[in-house]
Design a protein around this ligand. Sequence first.
Ligand SMILES: Cc1cc2nc3c(=O)[nH]c(=O)nc-3n(C[C@H](O)[C@H](O)[C@H](O)COP(=O)(O)OP(=O)(O)OC[C@H]3O[C@@H](n4cnc5c(N)ncnc54)[C@H](O)[C@@H]3O)c2cc1C
Length: 416
Amino acid sequence: MKVIVLGAGVIGVTSAYQLAKAGHDVTVVDRQEGPALETSFANAGEVSFGYCSPWAAPGIPSKALKWLLMQHTPLILRPKLDRAMLTWMLQMLRNCTAERYAINKSRMLRLADYSRTSLADVRAETGIGYDERMQGTLQLFRTQQQLDASAKDVKALAADGVPYDVLDRDGCIRAEPALQHVREKIVGGLLTPKDETGDCFKFTNELAARAAELGVRFAYGTNIKGLSEEGGRVSGVATDRGWLSADAVVVALGSHSSLFLKPLGIKLPVYPVKGYSLTIPITDPSRAPESTVMDETYKIAITRLGDRIRVGGMAEISGYTNDLCSARRRTLEHSVSDLFPGCDLPKASFWSGLRPMTPDGTPVIGPTKVAGLFLNTGHGTLGWTMSCGSARLISDLVSGRKPEIDAADLAIARYG
Ligand SMILES: Cc1cc2nc3c(=O)[nH]c(=O)nc-3n(C[C@H](O)[C@H](O)[C@H](O)COP(=O)(O)OP(=O)(O)OC[C@H]3O[C@@H](n4cnc5c(N)ncnc54)[C@H](O)[C@@H]3O)c2cc1C
């Protein structure tokens, strides 16, 4: 089958790789000049199979009000007269019940678990390297209140069968020796040892090269204009460089997926939630993290990626803008220099990306009302983590094969 994948982020490239392995004739189209140059470029680097849950959770609305008043806030809200923004926020609020949270989390965990084995298979098949490490995520608590509040996370991890360790101060320092320099700031931590880390940009580029070896064509520098249908079935894609015919199309346009689908009468509740990151060269490895340290106070992830530290976080609801705000940079710098003093902040590069967020936290994977048109998008906070499982799933669905995990409740049909 002739399959066109729209988007060369981590989701589009992993999809293309699996579709090529399944024997399809695959073309990937992207406006950028290479893979992973938008949201997949400089994320926080966590491959966090265990630390995987929706942002919409019971108690979040009241916490959000407190966060909005913090100096180094993890949440920034810039309301606009934008119907899509307001609708999305209301839908998010509706997902903050215990019942919805449990359903959404179980969907995310199912996909994350499948992604764990799928990523391991991709590594074994291709041998690609991406500054990967398998040393877990350490959620770091600076106050007794945070440690006490983690009891419910511990209960949830136990119920979901996710391995974990509750650590005291010394335990945290054993896991992350550089924290010894700030031991008085630490009360304890929660380690999910099966989590991994790695550079999403490097991974996506390496995998794109392997996909090209399997015959995948990449049309970079190409703007996608729209979709053509014949008799309710997809027939091709219009671009600024001409028309491409297709038997099937996979939409993996990240935050832009909903804008692309709107003219087709498909309402996809994916909205951009901006995040920021810093990438800092390591000058003294003994003062750098070993894996991911999640600073619970500011909700900022600090990850070792080879000879660099990646510091990422914050949720800014401000529409489709990648503007870099210096106050956000100060928050990232504050968190990382407080826990890992001595890092070379003047040499850091600052970046922002738009997380393609659904209101229920779960991506949208599966068919649409247009025959031959499939979605693999809306991976929000953990797209790198969930990419490899999502790709296998979409490849099975496009190929008409029964997926290895339940997929019906991941499709757009779940929104009614
Ligand atoms: C600060 C931050 C930290 C994060 N940390 C983590 C983390 O630690 N772990 C994790 O798992 N996830 C993390 N994420 C989330 C993760 O980065 C995203 O979920 C993931 O990158 C989304 O991938 P994607 O392929 O869907 O989107 P993208 O990477 O944005 O790819 C979409 C592609 O579509 C193309 N495109 C869009 N419109 C058009 C058009 N009209 N024509 C042609 N091309 C088009 C774009 O050029 C782009 O290449 C983080 C995100 C942010 C912002």
